[in-house]
Design a protein around this ligand. Structure first.
Ligand SMILES: C=C(OP(=O)(O)O)C(=O)O
Length: 579
């Protein structure tokens, strides 16, 4: 049938596989009996969920974009019709009244009965409508209070599974990190959301912000995911399949070629050495060869140790995780960012209430300074681990010199505690993340207190352009080469160079080969990225002559015209011009 969907490309090549819809599992729905007087409220809760679902579907139906696949309207109309059917909107209600059971249980009973009726149908098209019923029921479930989608067990996934989800949180991605599947797609998300970043780190084809994939894709359906173009094709015909098999082979060949430069040093054509470092989320990320020749860890997002669990990791647990990475990296530098929690990385145990604007709220270093005891545990664990390698501690989300001084005071306090207890620790380098415009602008005042600066371009872009990096509705405005962003990056690089303090970039810009020459031309010599991008960036470094890129970059930095910047960027990436 070839239904084509377009979304935001996250990369990772091409996958051809079978859809595995991540939806609410109805197998573990709780069943409880209600007292007589509780029944009316439960019926009202069910009715409200039906109303909310109808509103949701009607809104979706009314806002179908012109370029959406024609099938979408038909599927949504069918879902609205199914929702209106007595078997879905009335019969569970009657079960609540007669059996005094909770709404979820009534819905599950009814859904099971409907599914077995559909399974008994011989005719293929009608039998397939079972999936529509399941999708409608899933929506009702999600509209019943407090229900979040259940994740399948990683063991249930098969190698060619394509995960289809409304959204995957950073914690979900960690959950799936070790399981086998071919690709993932989601209906929401921004290109530098943490979900997208983790998707890139999995090095699997992925496309996000598809909007309607879950309305259109059926369980087990054949799907092509093109993570390079941001395209998903549902139920492809033989011609399309053959073309994508050819593209898949070409992509694998290109990858094989890239692996030939794995052991080469990253030197530009004029012989300037460039440091390519790795971003990691979990200690296992440094296991056997996974870092693809990175000369160190430029960013260990330690907050991922805190996600997907019910309690705070203890000092010993944290120490073990940091020790494992430092030991595995031997004498190579390991930059561990102190926990950057809050906003979209909220562990279950963190109870700071809901904020109107979480990305502007108690996140990163702010949270740590507000919870000094929790922060101290991490700093102690880091210092204890420092004797096992070359540790660099990085403070995230700083917005002023004051916050940096307070963070360093906490580190000194942890040192004093350990000394008093006779526990050994080594010298560590301390760095500041530049990811808020205010920090970039006052970078000069931070230099006296730090050994290095690391520019977090993901947040720097978010906060400079006022673009929520997780919101796909504004993802077209998320612009790494916006002149304001370039000015802040340039200012930071120059300030570091003047003060003799090394500067790296650890945001997604560092891993985007289209931006490598631009950053080199701006004076950057240290790039930290997900290992999946490392060889492509190295390839750019190896084919770049700094003298050739300098005049083009200078022109880019002089103009504020986005079209001109786009033209110059293209020119920069034309191999004959810059190599
Ligand atoms: C590296 C960064 O941090 P995060 O984990 O928030 O992407 C960044 O903001 O660029």
């Amino acid at each position: 049938m070839n239904i084509v969907l377009h979304g935001v490309a996250i990369g990772g090549g091409i996958a051809i596989g079978r859809a595995h819809l991540i939806s609410r599992s109805m197998d573990d729905v709780a069943h409880y009996t209600l007292d007589e007087e509780e029944v009316p409220a439960e019926v009202a809760r069910f009715d409200e969920a039906i109303r909310a679902t109808r509103k949701e579907l009607e809104t979706l139906w009314g806002s179908i974009p012109e370029n959406a696949p024609a099938e979408l309207g038909a599927f949504l109309s069918l879902h609205i019709m199914l929702l209106g059917d007595v078997t879905i909107s009335r019969e569970p209600r009657e079960l609540i009244e007669t059996q005094h059971c909770n709404a979820e249980w009534a819905l599950k009973l009814q859904c099971d009965a409907l599914v077995s009726q559909f399974d008994a149908i011989e005719e293929g098209y009608l039998r397939e409508r079972k999936h529509d019923v399941l999708q409608v029921v899933e929506r009702i479930f999600n509209n019943l209070d407090g229900h979040t989608p259940q994740l399948p067990s990683p063991d249930d996934l098969v190698e060619d599974a394509i995960l289809v989800a409304h959204d995957l949180s950073p914690a979900d991605m960690v959950y799936f990190k070790e399981s086998n599947f071919a690709a993932f797609i989601t209906d929401v998300g921004g290109a530098t959301s943490h979900t997208a970043i983790l998707g890139r780190s999995l090095d699997l084809p992925s496309v996000i912000a598809l909007h309607h994939s879950r309305e259109l894709i059926r369980e087990e359906e054949l799907v092509i995911v093109d993570g390079q173009q941001g395209v998903v094709i549902i139920d492809p015909d033989e011609v399309v399949l053959a073309e994508y098999r050819r593209r898949l082979r070409a992509w694998r060949d290109a990858r094989r070629k890239l692996s030939q430069i794995r052991k080469s040093s990253a030197l530009t054509l004029d012989g300037t050495p460039i440091e390519l470092l790795a971003n990691i989320e979990l200690p296992d990320d440094v296991d056997g060869g996974k870092l693809l020749g990175a000369v160190g860890v430029g960013l260990f997002r330690s907050e991922f140790l805190f996600l997907g669990r019910d309690t705070l990791p203890t000092e010993d647990e944290q120490y073990e995780a940091y020790r494992a990475v430092l030991t595995a990296m031997k004498d190579k530098p390991v930059t561990i960012r102190t926990m950057d929690l809050g906003a979209d990385k909220n562990p279950r145990w963190l109870n700071h209430g809901s904020a109107e604007n979480p990305a502007l709220g108690l996140t990163g270093i702010r949270l740590c300074l507000a919870e000094p005891l929790m922060f101290r545990v991490q700093l102690r664990a880091l210092l204890r681990a420092s004797v096992h390698g070359k540790l660099r501690i990085l403070f995230p989300m700083l917005n002023s010199l004051g916050e940096l001084r307070q963070s360093i005071a906490q580190l000194d306090y942890a040192r004093e505690e350990l000394s008093d207890e006779g526990i050994a620790y080594a010298d560590v380098e301390v760095g500041a993340m530049i990811e808020i415009p205010s920090a970039a602008l006052v970078a000069g005042s931070l230099l006296k207190y730090v050994d290095f600066l690391s520019i977090g371009t993901n947040d720097l872009i978010q906060y400079t352009l006022a673009i929520d990096r997780n919101d796909d509705a504004v993802s077209h405005l998320y612009d790494p080469v916006h002149p304001a962003v370039l000015k802040l990056i340039l200012h930071t690089i120059k300030t570091g160079a003047k003060g003799g303090v090394p500067v790296s970039v650890c945001g997604e810009m560092a891993g985007d080969p289209r931006l490598t020459r631009l950053l080199l031309g701006m004076g950057l010599r240290k790039f930290s990225m997900h290992p999946a991008s490392l060889l492509a960036v190295k390839q750019r470094v190896l084919t770049t002559h700094l003298d050739a890129v300098a005049p083009i970059v200078a022109r880019m930095l002089r103009t504020e015209d986005p079209d001109r910047i786009a033209d110059l960027l293209e020119q920069l990436n034309r191999d004959d011009e810059s190599s």
